[in-house]
Structure formats: structure tokens, C-alpha cells
Design a protein around this ligand. Sequence first.
Ligand code: NAD
Length: 258
Amino acid sequence: MGSITYLPATPVIVTGAASGIGKACAEALAAVGRPVAVWDLEAGKACAVAEQIAREHGVQAIGLAVDVSDLEQISAGARASREALGPIGGLVHGAGISGVATLEQLTPETWSAVLDINLRALAFIIQAILPDLKSQSGSAVVGIASINATLGNMMNPAYSASKGGILSLSRALADELAMHGIRINSVSPGQIETPMLMQGLEAVPEVLEAFKRHILLGRLGDSAEVASAVRFLMSSEASYITAAELVVDGGNISSQRQ
Ligand code: NAD
């Protein structure tokens, strides 16, 4: 087999790209030559990541402050990304919050924030860039879901609903997007060593050890290990894959270990 040429090389938007899994996705896509629009809450952090990946990988990159729970900011972000990089050929929706709250602790504000950021944004960012995606060959979208789309966990009903929503929203959109040659898939990470997970676990090292015992590969995942799965789904290597969920969890949801 000859060497693989990574296609397409069109610009991508990565949300939540100032940290963790989103940042790793931005880096992985830049490493194969894709220009990247780095979206996150703070302009400073987004610009720093964009400058870093442009310097390290020699691609065009722009950092933008976009709160993905705000539909006007989504429109403005799409416009600015297109103006800076040209028509957009891909989206990775990595922005997310955990909103830990049991049923009794749950407030309408927490519910709305989690659903708007984790789930609603995916639909409306795709809507905002749909003419771009249609115009580019090999366009693809990946939504970052979670094993919590499948597992029952009393601590995060809103989060679990938002992640289950990513799977079903993606399947529904795959039907329409396929008519335009656009693929959409979900990646469900297990426990990945990022600020989101580690902040919650710092105070409870015994929980971290229990997680590791349960995971078949015996360790937490690295953001780069999620990003390589995302990059595959964004590429022409995955040209016959749409409406799918790729679980990247080290054997977490398959494990019966205690
Ligand atoms: P992280 O906290 O390191 O990164 C999340 C990023 O999203 C941050 O940079 C944050 O500023 C950004 N963000 C939050 N709200 C935003 C908003 N309204 N608009 C724009 N950006 C916003 O977390 P992470 O662990 O890298 O999580 C990335 C994605 O992966 C999330 O969707 C998360 O649910 C999912 N995930 C993570 C794990 C894990 O173990 N870390 C497991 C499964 C799924």
C-alpha cells in the first residue's frame, strides 16, 4: 500500500478548541494541513492556540471568541471564519460543559446551559455553515458525544441527555446532509485526562483509581487519542461512514471489571 494522502484539505471550525479534546482536534487537523478556526469562550486563549498551531504546522489559523450558546455569536463566528480562511469544509463540535447536578439539584438554568452548549450549538453551527459545507468536496462534521450518552449516571442527567441528543441529532441530520455529500458522525470519549475531568477528580483520588481499574486498557485516555479518531472521521479515509458513533473509551463501556 502506498502512502496515504490526507483529504480533504479544506478549512475546519473546531469549537471548544482552547482546551482538552477540542484543542487536540485542532492540532491533529492542522498537522495534516487543514486550516483551523479555533472557537472558544475567550479570545485570548483561542488566539494563543491558533498562533501555536499556525507556527507548529504552517497552516492558516484564526482564534475567535464565540460563545456557542449564543446564536448571534455563532453567525458572527461563521462569517469571521469564512472571511479569514475561505469556505468551511468541516466542523468538530468539542465545546461542552458537564453541569453536574442530580435530579433534585437540577435547575432550569443548568439544564438550558448544558443543552444549549453541548447540543443545540451543533445544529445551529451546521445551519450557519451549510452553504460552505455544500460547496466543498468531502465535507464532514463530528460531534463530540460521550459514553454518558449510553451509561446511566445519577450525577449528570442534563449532560447525558445532551450527549444522547448528539447521537440522535447526528443520525437525523445525516439523512439531509447525505443529499449534499456531507457526512456527520459522533465520537464518544470515555474518561479522558482533560481539565474538565481532572478538576472533578482532584479531591477524590480513590475515584480516579476505581476508574482505572474498570477500564480494560487500565488507564485514562489522552486527548490526542480522541483527536486521531476524529481526524479519521473528518477524512476521506472515512468516506463511507456517516450517522455512526465511534466509541473511544479504552474498553470502558464493555468492561465488567470492578
Ligand atoms: P475542557 O473543559 O478541557 O474543554 C472544553 C472547552 O469548551 C473549554 O475550552 C471551554 O472554554 C469550551 N467551552 C465551554 N463552554 C463554551 C461555550 N459556551 N462556547 C464556546 N466554548 C465553550 O473539556 P474536555 O474534556 O476537553 O471536553 C471536550 C468535549 O469532550 C466536551 O463536549 C465533553 O463533554 C466531551 N467529553 C469529555 C470527556 C472527558 O473525559 N474529558 C469524556 C467524554 C466527553
